[in-house]
Design a protein around this ligand. Structure first.
Ligand code: ADP
Length: 486
């Protein structure tokens, strides 16, 4: 209890602009809540449009000198930040759990995952390279140089408050881009603590600016439309992403968009069922289901669906719902009342259209925004949760009969982020992996997030990739220099 109070007290609560910690112009603040109790944790500065402009001007002013910083120095800063994240993991994890709700063990996992983006991109920073080529006609040479795209606007969601920030800041810093980052207003403390850490790691003033605001649309739109920033990297809902793409069109900005998902989890009759159940637990219950990679539709071959559902319900029944900081908790609260009510609405809709409740099926009583781990069987294809992201601890299981049919169902969504396939047949695994429309596929594994791999979606799940050896390209331009040769 004392630790909870002291870690919140010690957390930075101001805007971080041009290397300075500042109140919002006008002095407004917004409240941050603990979703496991609904109580106010603290208040933080609530930026106005003017603050947004100052942050963008600071990023603009710092761009030239930061781009000229030797790559090795940028790499050293990122490596230092990686080390500091490990040194401060206890505070970072606790702060994250308090403002977001996830179980403390998962918060530690996220600190580790988030830090890996800094290490990965520290390694990439010194490997940025171009090309030298003879023109096909022999009369010229081509040099292709990679240059930072320029000041960038980064907008992140509340479900992974640290990792979604480091996944953008890592490549931006490695590439030599300055930035204005706007974290989700529900979970600003993690990002403010990270800003403090980046300052301590040696990030120069103006290179990273953090703007927390309760009026995201009003503050960010003029900044995006100004064209001063050359790049927008966004992680969030498809609806907001589309709106932002429109705003970016004005000045033809580069964009990276990590949007919603509607992942299928397919269990074939030749799968190792125990492995499949464990995979489903990860794909479904990581972050209490509040992940764009979460298994939203679980298709199980009709010959094994009874056994699979029983095993899954048994594992789901073992989960312990509670405050993320409490010993033994494996499922935390939903991030707010709105999110919990949305989950309840989707479950009620599925049940009304004929789904059978195997486990859970209702919000938990008492304070906080909890929803019980839920398994639904026989969810009809017209249920809303078939098309909409559940973003909660609800596993809808439904039967299928053959491969061709299930691939059609998997692809019958406007989303295309990730799909999971469980089978012991290698030919089938590859065939299905190639046929499904998604940026990522997990074969016999329920997690695909890895800083060393390119994360991203197709269709309305987004544009671009974060991480992997191509992640840094999102923040680089290729400049072709042609040289005439006599
Ligand atoms: P979620 O459904 O996960 O809350 P959102 O897309 O609403 O996803 O939020 C993701 C991020 O986008 C958050 O930081 C949020 O504040 C921000 N955001 C929401 N609306 C806008 C907007 N109109 N302009 C800029 N940012 C926005």
């Amino acid at each position: 209890q004392d630790r909870e109070v002291s870690v919140v007290e010690a957390a930075p609560k101001k805007l971080y602009i041009n290397g300075q910690w500042r109140d919002a112009s006008g002095g407004a603040t917004l409240e941050v809540h603990d979703p496991s109790t609904g109580e106010v944790l603290c208040s933080v500065a609530d930026a106005t449009e003017e603050d947004g402009w100052e942050a963008l001007r600071a990023a603009e002013a710092a761009q030239e000198s930061f781009a000229a910083m030797p790559p090795r120095k940028r790499a050293d800063i990122l490596m230092k930040a990686f080390e500091l994240m490990h040194e401060r993991k206890d505070d970072l994890a606790l702060l994250m759990t308090l403002e977001m709700g996830k179980p403390l063990a998962e918060a530690y996992g996220e600190v580790n995952y988030a830090a890996e983006f800094f290490r990965h991109f520290a390694e990439e920073a010194t490997r940025i390279s171009g090309n030298y080529q003879t023109a096909p006609a022999g009369n010229a040479r081509f040099i292709v140089a990679k240059q930072p795209v320029g000041p960038s606007i980064l907008i992140t969601p509340w479900n992974f408050p640290l990792a979604m920030g480091t996944r953008k800041l890592g490549p931006a810093i490695a590439a030599g881009c300055t930035s204005v980052l706007k974290p989700a207003e529900l979970t600003p403390l993690s990002m403010l603590a990270l800003a403090q850490l980046l300052e301590d790691a040696g990030v120069p003033a103006g290179v990273v600016n953090i703007v927390v605001t309760s009026t995201a649309g009003k503050v960010m739109e003029p900044l995006i439309r100004s064209g001063i920033a050359r790049k927008l990297s966004f992680t969030g809902s498809t609806g907001v992403g589309k709106k932002l793409l429109e705003q970016c069109a004005d000045k033809v900005m580069r964009t990276s968009m990590e949007l919603g998902g509607n992942a299928s989890f397919v269990v074939f009759e030749d799968a190792d069922l125990d492995k499949a159940v464990e995979g489903a637990m990860q794909a479904k219950m990581r972050n209490s289901g509040e992940a764009c990679t979460a298994a939203n539709r679980i298709f199980v071959h009709e010959s094994v669906i009874s056994e699979f559902s029983e095993k899954l319900a048994a594992r789901m029944g073992e989960l312990q719902v509670g405050r993320g900081v409490a010993e033994g908790t494996t499922v935390g609260p939903m991030v707010d009342a709105k999110q919990r009510d949305k989950v309840a609405e989707l479950v009620d809709d599925a049940v009304k259209s004929g789904a059978e409740v195997v486990l859970g099926g209702e919000p938990a009583a008492g304070e906080g925004f909890f929803y019980k781990p839920t398994v639904l069987k026989g969810v009809p294809r017209e249920a809303r949760m078939w098309r909409e992201e559940i973003f909660g601890p609800v596993a809808p299981v439904t039967p299928f009969t053959d491969e061709g049919e299930v691939i059609k169902w998997v692809n019958s969504t406007e989303y295309g982020l990730v799909n999971y396939v469980f089978t012991e047949n290698l030919n089938r695994a590859l065939r299905v992996a190639e046929a499904v429309e998604s940026g990522m596929v997990g074969i016999n594994q329920g997690v695909v997030s890895n800083p060393a791999a390119p994360f991203g979606g197709v269709k309305e799940s987004g544009l671009g990739r974060e991480g992997g050896d191509i992640g840094i390209d999102e923040f680089l331009e290729s400049k072709y220099i042609g040289i005439a040769v006599n």
